[in-house]
Design a protein around this ligand. Sequence first.
Ligand SMILES: [Zn+2]
Ligand SMILES: [Zn+2]
Length: 245
Amino acid sequence: MKVTILGSGDAFGSGGRFNTCLRIEAGGERLLLDCGSSSMVALNQAGVARNGLSTLLFTHFHGDHFGGLAAFLVEAQFVSRRSEPLTIAGPIGVEHRARHALETDFPGASTNRWRFPISYVEVTPEAPTELAGVAIEAFPMVHDERAGPCQGYRLTQDGKTFAFSGDTAWTPALIPLAAGADALLVECYTWDKVLANHLDYRTLTAHRGELATPRIILTHMGPDMLAHDEKLPEARAHDGMVLAL
Ligand SMILES: [Zn+2]
Ligand SMILES: [Zn+2]
């Protein structure tokens, strides 16, 4: 499995980073995990062919993770002229949220006659599933239920597991999310300021021993976290970073 971090930024593009967007290549298929407001720019800058992506999977419905969906669909219709089926997957309510985002961003677009079949898949912690040839397990995260349910995911293919927290404060659900994963990409918004809906580095290190994974990569860093450039045992994500699992 190959994971390309196309966007490693927070909601506001701190440090000039793109919003959250990960390309997962597994077997012959390609999946996009989150597609934030700036992700179309990130996809174009990285030269990612949209028609090669079979599935979009979302962690939650904040703009920096979900806000690129409407432009992705409209671009697929009129520019990339997609004909291949597209699966849009995410927490409960994903279809309603997608239609609402489409109508908000491009009024009238929610009634488009799409050139390509769209199918919606709700992914829940109770029901592991498979998308684009990848086994998907969802874990409930603690972030902002107004934009949720908020979920982290384990993606497993060919014996390799990639875990991604999405946005969350510390929650014991991060322990099974990380357990045995080849790599954990985890949000780390602040250095030591404890917030109700995001993780800080001090809290993460206090729980480091509970995260049974050999490789932790920090992402979604805000200004305060980015200001700390000292060497850390964990890697820091950057736009364009590739994780080969
Ligand atoms: Zn976010
Ligand atoms: Zn969020």
